[in-house]
Design a protein around this ligand. Sequence first.
Ligand code: ADP
Ligand code: MG
Length: 250
Amino acid sequence: MNPAVQAVLTQHLKTLKLSTMEKELEGQIRQAHEAACGYDEFLLNLVEAEVQIRQENGRKRRLKEARFPMQKPLETFDFEAAPDLDARLIKELSTGTFIKEARNIILIGKSGAGKTHLATSIGMEACRYGHRVRFITGCGLANELTEAREQQALGRMIKRYAGYGLLILDELGYVPFSKIGAELLFQVLTERHERRSIIITTNLGFGDWTQVFGDANLTAALLDRVTHRAHIIQCNWDSYRLKQTLKSRG
Ligand code: ADP
Ligand code: MG
């Protein structure tokens, strides 16, 4: 390439913040000459390199922002160990359509059944499809909200939690909420209702939710919101770890 043209072109790509195209320019031109490919193909290859890097960086950024406690990609979930699970439904949910349609998912079952794993897998796929995700325990969120309220920053916090395309509330039910905690959580869920998706994992049947939220009216209103347009998935099989342990003991 003419060095003067290359210098200007490089500068333009810098100005436009197309750093991958800038980096790949020379190599792609050489390759295009060698393969005698057309202008269209050359431009496609160059632009595609930029798009791919951006998508990958976006995915990494969203995975970090989601704060998953463990990386559990869907490929690591053993469907055979969850015999009653509708694998087709899980795969459909992993495409992220439920997020576009603001549907919810509630995973109910005993400890060790793989609820957190499934929620994480679906969340990681959502990051791949460009959705902003946040994973937090029910207690963690109640505490964050309570603290924000004490620091007069509640409005900002509720807005932040309304902004995620998918909010994953893990382990709802292990620890009961304070009265304030329950009310603030209710506010976040109300804010998201019919607009944004939630995944809840819990060991409690709906009948027991009052124990966790304290107030019967508030619990009824909350259940009404989260179960509306929700996939309720019962995970009633035995603990995966327990099965592995028993297996290894032969
Ligand atoms: P829960 O949230 O229902 O208590 P977890 O999702 O934390 O259960 O699962 C407990 C452990 O067992 C985790 O390490 C998880 O990755 C693993 N696990 C559970 N079910 C499966 C499965 N079907 N395939 C692979 N690993 C699983
Ligand atoms: Mg769990």
